[in-house]
Design a protein around this ligand. Structure first.
Ligand code: GDP
Length: 464
């Protein structure tokens, strides 16, 4: 059923001078409003009787005043974005043109749409669920190809399908327990707890898998906070430049010139790195440099990944060792730089293996000559996404709201498991199963409070 909402309108494109601007109208008066302001060029067409799923060419007029030459798109509900009658007016993308048309539409009875209100209607009218509605915004906000692909999969229902599957299995088991308790003659609960236990274990592992994807999901959506460390002149700025493919950082031969931190967002091969290039971490008498050193240490604490750049053309020094000790327990990659200077830089630098973990990847690079960058990227994918990033099958959770709901569902499943192990009566199971069922429902927007829905959609852009 489509709710009986009023008619809303908004500019759906960015408001700046551009080739095309789009004004979107949704609601039961959309077509009526259009008929009052649109004159098709085809004299055989009556603006009051335009066909569905057609595009018409004509003028938008305010009585005698021709405002712009446009094409209009007719999408009658329920097969439209909002499930209501939707009209889109494609006009020239000038700021005054789009505002004039929007105001005209409003003066004919539409109301200015709130942020995200079109998508909110798609949700409230049951065309998409809440996780899909959130994915719409994620597609718009995606910073890289991987984030876009993940958001698109969520929009198509990858997460919703998984949630629906677990919920329907939970519902079935709850119904079985209820029936057996009501009608013990026909349904026996003999040996049932062991069967339920197998289901619970399966749900726990499925929920766990989704939860475990959250870190990867966050790295995909927001980027990996990456800190580049190493002694002065090791080649940190050169490495950053090699990644950036342009000369942003200062590269010099004088030790300690990269005094402040420098942040860059770099997207390489579908992965976004929020790279912080730090001042060389070392003890310095120079006050400005000392501030840089302190800041670098703070940044290091916050990083998801540390890239240790070493000058492998010279023996390992105390400065290197001090930094390696500082980052001993961190997720890190070792970049043996200046591989062009020594043929087998790893041999010269073998002592470094005494200070790094067995699983820490070690890559030979030449930042100056842009060598080893591909190896670095493939190791990065391996390390941060366990090779899963290129798979289209994987569902990555990127939304903290979903993560919290999954956390709650997981605890409820664990409570069911405990009740089974402690031989509790069957009606105890249903209480926690119901909790898990409801928590999973929060993800897809079932029985969620109106405030939460409003809060979610308020983060959207106007016109979406
Ligand atoms: P940072 O202090 O760690 O940021 O080091 P820089 O990136 O400023 O590099 C210090 C010096 O090492 C510069 O003269 C660079 O040109 C040089 N350098 C950096 N990477 C390489 C490399 O891969 N090979 C060679 N031969 N020199 C490099």
């Amino acid at each position: 059923m489509v709710n009986d909402f009023d008619t809303i309108a908004a500019i759906a494109t960015a408001v700046s001078n551009a080739g095309i601007g789009i004004i979107r109208i949704s609601g039961q008066d959309s077509l009526k409003i259009l008929s009052e302001i649109f004159l098709p060029f085809d004299k055989n067409k009556d603006a009051g009787h335009l066909d569905n799923y057609r595009i018409y060419y004509g003028n938008i007029v305010d009585y005698d005043d021709i405002i712009d030459e446009c094409i209009v798109l007719i999408m009658k509900g329920p097969h439209s974005y909002t499930r209501e009658d939707v009209v889109e007016i494609d006009c020239h993308g000038g700021v005054s043109v789009v505002y004039r048309i929007l105001n005209l539409v409003i003066s004919h009875g539409a109301r200015p749409a709130e942020p995200g209100e079109f998508t909110k209607r798609a949700f409230l009218n049951g065309r998409i669920d809440l996780s899909q509605a959130e994915a719409v915004m994620d597609v718009i906000d995606s910073r890289n190809e991987t984030a876009r692909r993940n958001s698109m999969a969520q929009l198509k229902g990858s997460l919703s399908d998984k949630i629906h599957q677990i919920r329907s299995e939970v519902l079935y088991q709850m119904a079985f327990i209820e029936s057996a308790l009501d009608d013990p003659e026909h349904f026996s609960l003999e040996g049932y707890p062991q069967i339920l236990l197998q289901y619970v274990d399966k749900w726990v592992s499925e929920t766990d898998k989704l939860l475990n994807s959250y870190d990867d999901g966050r790295f995909i959506a927001e980027g990996i906070r990456t800190c580049i460390v190493g002694k002065p002149n090791a080649g940190k700025s050169s490495f950053l430049n090699a990644l950036l493919g342009e000369d942003r950082a200062i590269v010099t031969d004088v030790a300690g010139t990269t005094r402040d931190t420098l942040e860059e967002t770099i997207t390489v091969d579908g992965i976004t790195l929020n790279v912080i290039d730090t001042a060389g971490i070392r003890n310095s008498a120079d006050q400005i440099e000392r501030i840089g050193v302190e800041k670098a240490k703070r940044e290091m604490e916050l990083a998801d990944l540390i890239l240790f750049v070493a000058d492998s053309s010279m023996p390992l020094e105390k400065e290197d060792i001090d930094i390696l000790k500082d980052i001993q327990n961190r997720k890190k990659m070792i970049l043996l730089n200046k591989s062009d200077v020594l043929e087998d830089s790893k041999d010269e630098y073998r002592q470094i293996y005494d200070y790094i973990g067995e699983t820490d990847p070690v890559i030979s690079i030449s930042a100056k000559y842009h060598q080893g960058i591909d190896d670095f990227i493939s190791e990065l994918k391996n390390m941060m996404f366990h090779g899963k990033i290129d798979s289209n099958q994987e569902i990555f959770i990127t939304n903290v709201r979903h993560k919290n709901a999954l956390d709650d569902a997981l605890s409820s499943f664990q409570c069911v498991r405990r009740s089974i192990e402690e031989n509790m009566p069957e009606d105890f199971f249903t209480i926690d199963l119901m909790n898990a069922y409801e928590k999973l429902g929060v993800i897809i927007g079932e029985a969620v409070e109106e405030d939460l829905v409003n809060q979610i959609f308020s983060k959207f852009c106007t016109g979406k």
